[in-house]
Write a protein that binds this ligand. Sequence first.
Ligand code: FVH
Length: 296
Amino acid sequence: MNTHTTSKTPVTLLGLGDMGTALGRAWLAAGHPLTVWNRTPKRAEPLVGAGARAAGTAAEAVAAATGPVILCLLDDASVGETLDGIDLRGKDIVNLTTNTPAEAQQRARWAEERGARFLDGGIMAVPPMIGRPEAGGYVFYSGDPALFERHREALAVPAGTTFVGEDPGHAALHDIALLSAMTGMFAGITHAFALIGPEKDLDRARFATLLAEWLGAMSRSALGIAAQLESGNYTEGVTSNLAMMTAANGTLLATARDQSVDPGLLTPYMELMRRRVAQGHGDEGLAGTVGLLGGE
Ligand code: FVH
């Protein structure tokens, strides 16, 4: 039963999918009074059973809110639908719904026009990591810094917090940049397993361990690329230059052919490296390929 007698910040949570429910459980476990709403009311039952109060409508939940109003919905359109027509004056809106940076900026303006304060968040965790600090999950936040400070303690309950600036789009930009890098990594993992696919006598579990360790070690190259992008000197500290890597790419492609594996997940990036070498920059590291994608 949620008696609201605690000194902990009351939290209002709109959206009780897998992630919303995990967030709600964490706040309840930490003793925060919790008011919940979900479009499909049945999904509120587990949290109500654990002590949350269910609001009949999103408007009722927001009207009663004295602490942060957390949104954890499918996408930005569902945030718009849910908050449409609700009086947001004086409310602290914290949007943890995955969105684009432009959507986050637009949603921040939209909320401010309606008299609300606004923070956007990007969750870098999956539901089983929520409420378990040892799992290493965290949430990027950006937007109103005073709002972040006011609710920092409550926001830190489900997962770690990393504030990345006043531009409301920056949490989403960090989130999507990390997810994009992850997608490239998954492409590499897919190609690697396809390469060893025909070899029936190879131990997949052992290979997976070797692969994970190698990717962990190689991911540190991001630090060197950042240093080069900062200094503008793309040859500084290079240990494996583009000319060497481009030559080695021929061996990667020949092996893919021999193993009957489609190289299509690798070739776009190899082409970028080749173009940079063709521009006369074979002595550079990978930083030189970043500008070829645009975005600068
Ligand atoms: N689950 C995960 O692994 C990832 C981890 C990283 C962050 N994401 C983002 O978190 C948001 C919510 O994800 P979720 O896992 O809770 O998603 P679902 O289980 O699919 O629940 C979706 C909730 O959204 C509600 N909803 C959908 N459309 C509307 C709408 N038009 N109006 C109001 N609510 C809507 C849905 O309600 P219902 O279907 O139960 O009625 C759920 O509450 C998401 O942005 C992830 O990208 C999760």
